[in-house]
Design a protein around this ligand. Sequence first.
Ligand SMILES: NC(=O)c1ccc[n+]([C@@H]2O[C@H](COP(=O)([O-])OP(=O)(O)OC[C@H]3O[C@@H](n4cnc5c(N)ncnc54)[C@H](O)[C@@H]3O)[C@@H](O)[C@H]2O)c1
Length: 294
Amino acid sequence: MVRSREDGEMTSEEASSPPPIDNWNRLLDGRVAVVTGGAGGIGGAVSSLFAQHGAHVEFIDVDADAAHAKEAEIVAAGGSARAHIADVRDAAEVARVAADVLGAHPYVSVLVNNVGDYRPLVRFRESTPESWKEMYDINLFHIFAVTHAFLNPMIAGGGGSIVNIHSVEGMRGYPGEPVYGSMKAAAAAFTTDLAAGMGRHGIRVNGIGPDLTQTAQVDYIGTSVGSEHLWEAWAPVGRVGWPEDQARVALFLASDLSSFVTGHNVPVDGGTKAGGGWFWSPTANRFVNRPTGL
Ligand SMILES: NC(=O)c1ccc[n+]([C@@H]2O[C@H](COP(=O)([O-])OP(=O)(O)OC[C@H]3O[C@@H](n4cnc5c(N)ncnc54)[C@H](O)[C@@H]3O)[C@@H](O)[C@H]2O)c1
């Protein structure tokens, strides 16, 4: 458990020990978690897994139908969740949701900033100030806005964990859309920078850089039909990723399993960042750095 200030000051021994883990199947028991984009895709898997691990999940999503369905699914499974229908690109909507959440709970212990999108994909040479702003709003602005809304209450509550889901494209050279890649890199830098200042307030901040994960936003399976044998070339682990692959890492970072980890950005990418530049060739039966046949 994150210790509440209401429980009294920590002894120096408590403050210098790893927090105890009472139940390894309920890693977030009793904690309030806020998840943005928590109705579907990676955020949806985070909401479900966190609720399964005992968190009360207050999630925000712009898709009302998906949000109500996710809330019903979690409650039917014995979990606790509440959907907030809001667009996190809108500062007033973020403030409204924050007031609603903090009106129901004095503080939150976990925040997952998950919303983001590469669409509409505008190549840099055709891009405009309007398209740059669009990338900023959907990938970066709300990370500042939502974090700002919950940080002080999190500190007042005795600390917590913030997980920013950005992209592996912010951690390597992304030729497709450098403005998108820049926003994701900024989210990763914000993660590290905030962590450096907030550790002394009991706040940990870490990031996840997904890649190759099957969601509504990126249909890797549908666009790979007939080429499935190439997964071993595309990803060192040899398969597509699933939202649950991301959610498990988010659980690690949100919970006391990672109590001595802060300021880091973890690629959850099946190894694409590590293996970048070298591809397994099923025909040559060896790794190649200059694949032919593209
Ligand atoms: N799937 C991947 O392989 C992949 C790769 C790199 C980065 N990412 C990043 O992971 C995160 C999640 O991606 P995903 O693939 O699950 O996306 P997704 O589009 O499948 O799901 C996003 C969820 O957020 C909600 N949402 C979208 N805009 C919103 C807004 N303005 N306000 C509130 N809710 C909003 C959607 O309704 C949906 O429930 C994003 O930041 C994305 O950039 C994903």
